[in-house]
Design a protein around this ligand. Structure first.
Ligand SMILES: [Zn+2]
Length: 519
């Protein structure tokens, strides 16, 4: 027996065996039943989802001896000829290699002759979007007023490239990607049919790789069967097709989770040594992180995740926060884009892994703000505490702030403190209140508190009342350190990034800079 590839052997011969296209199938069947045959059909949709098969089934439905019928018999001479591709009245043309206006002219001349033995003369033009503009124009005239016995069936993967004038004269059908579960089910059927044992996970992987195309799924299935020796397993697929493998990816990500970039580099080296490309590794890791993010967001649908979530260790599934995973995925998407132009894609990947080993320490700005507010409240309450994170993202390191003394009043040393100071002096009827009302700013830096005055005159006055003002700061703000008076100058520029080591680390992790911070 001649070996026939699965995609061909399993090519649907009836409308009802077209999987995943219920809407198309029921509409076509209805219109045939009601004898409403259009002169031109346009089948559009992704590759490998059944457009050409549907066109041939439609041809049979129209030309079957028992037809037109939604259920062609499949055994009459017309049906058999169409199945074999030898019917003189069903002409299949590949639009990709017959793009010129002359090719269309030939069709225009041919259609003047009625079908030889069938009811209809049917032209199936595949990849119709490849025709040239002049060919489309010639075709347009043909489909505007064709003889009653002519039916055109156009198929295309890129419907937007078909001129609107053509589209509007066709009955259009949109074919859809075939759901993963359906593909997997059909693969299972084939495996049983061929007497091949197949692991569920292996079939799931093949179905996932096919990304909605039944033809691709069958082709990959044949390839896997060829090296599987009667039993298809995921382990064999990973080995023979040089895949990263979920276990290896989990090992790598676990290293990152624990901040051990060394371990991650070891796994990477193993993968690359096995012949897996850097690009593939980036893609696989990106998919893995996407999967973690979706799990974290509550997705449980295996088809959407691309993997059974239970196959990923729990510590990894729960190890990162949403923000951390979003940041990591962003990093990988950028890496994927950049690696193609890189001098050395491997270095790019290693750099990313090195950065990601800090990922579990990354805290979102929202969490950071929450923690700061909590810290402030605790301090204001005057409790003797050691700050702890208010939320508990794993392994978040927060600088430990120990409050040794009981602080009665803690004020923020900024401009807003000035009115309070002035009011206190006014209550005591101190003339120094007048002096302070000319202050334009108050802040605290490493040296101590600074009060800024707008004029040299005011500064002079302040210096004369220095003792009163220092005393005031002690009483009102509980401050006992150094106090300086300054004349107004351009405000000190402090780079936020330099100031906060955590911000600096986050900025370096994502090769960005801090634009602004909100307090
Ligand atoms: Zn028939």
């Amino acid at each position: 027996m001649v070996y026939e590839v699965t995609a061909r052997r399993r090519r649907p011969q009836l409308f009802d065996s077209l999987v995943g296209q219920q809407f198309v199938v029921s509409t076509l069947k209805n219109s045939i039943e009601q004898q409403r045959i259009a002169h031109a059909y346009l089948f559009s949709g992704p590759r490998g989802v059944g457009k050409t098969s549907a066109a041939r089934i439609l041809a049979k439905a129209l030309n079957c001896e028992k037809g037109p019928t939604p259920y062609p018999c499949g055994v009459c001479s017309h049906c058999l000829e169409i199945t074999r591709g030898s019917s003189p009245d069903v002409i299949e043309i590949d639009g990709a290699s017959n793009t010129s206006v002359n090719d269309v002219r030939v069709i225009r001349e041919e259609i003047l002759f009625p079908p030889q033995s069938s009811r209809y003369k049917i032209y199936i033009i595949d990849e119709v979007h490849m025709l040239s503009i002049s060919a489309f124009n010639a075709l347009l005239k043909t489909i505007e007023e064709p003889p009653a016995y002519v039916v055109f069936i156009f198929a295309t993967t890129e419907t937007h490239k078909v001129p609107a004038t053509i589209r509007s004269r066709c009955q259009q059908f949109l074919f859809q990607l075939i759901p993963l579960e359906i593909i997997k089910g059909l693969l299972k059927e084939v495996a049983v049919e061929m007497g091949v044992e197949a692991e569920d996970e292996a079939l799931f992987w093949i179905a996932k790789e096919a990304t909605g195309s039944m033809r691709d799924a069958y082709t990959l299935f044949d390839q896997v069967v060829a090296f599987s020796d009667g039993a298809i397993t995921l382990a064999k697929i990973e080995e023979k097709l040089s895949l990263s493998g979920l276990e290896n990816l989990s090992k790598l990500v676990a290293s990152l989770l624990n901040g051990e970039s060394g371990g991650a580099f070891d796994v990477l080296e193993e993968l690359l040594a096995r012949g897996i490309s850097v690009e593939q590794t980036i893609k696989d890791l990106g998919e893995y992180i996407r999967c973690l993010l979706l799990i974290k967001r509550g997705v449980t649908n295996e088809a959407l995740l691309g993997v059974n979530p239970k196959r990923i260790p729990q510590e990894i599934r729960e190890g990162f926060s949403e923000e951390q995973l979003e940041a990591a995925l962003e990093l990988f998407l950028e890496l994927y884009r950049n690696s193609r132009f890189s001098l050395n894609p491997r270095f790019e990947l290693e750099l990313a892994l090195s950065r990601l080993s800090n990922l579990s320490k990354m805290v979102s700005s929202a969490t950071l703000v929450e923690q700061l507010i909590a810290l402030k409240t605790t301090l204001a309450e005057g409790a003797e505490v050691v700050a702890t994170p208010t939320t508990t993202p794993p392994r978040v390191e927060v600088p430990k702030v120990e409050v040794k003394e009981k602080v009665v009043v803690v004020k923020e040393f900024n401009k807003a403190l000035l009115p309070e100071l002035i009011q206190a002096l006014a209550k005591e009827r101190q003339p120094a209140g007048m002096v302070l009302s000319q202050a334009s700013n108050l802040y605290r830096d490493a040296e101590g508190v600074k009060i800024v005055f707008s004029s040299a005159y005011a500064l002079d006055n302040a210096n004369q009342n220095k003792d009163v003002l220092i005393n005031l700061l002690q009483r009102v703000a509980g401050y006992e350190g150094r106090v300086d008076f300054l004349k107004e100058a351009p405000p000190p520029v402090v780079n936020e990034q330099e100031k906060d080591p955590l911000l600096k680390e986050i900025a370096s992790m994502f090769r960005g800079e801090v634009l602004e911070t909100h307090s």
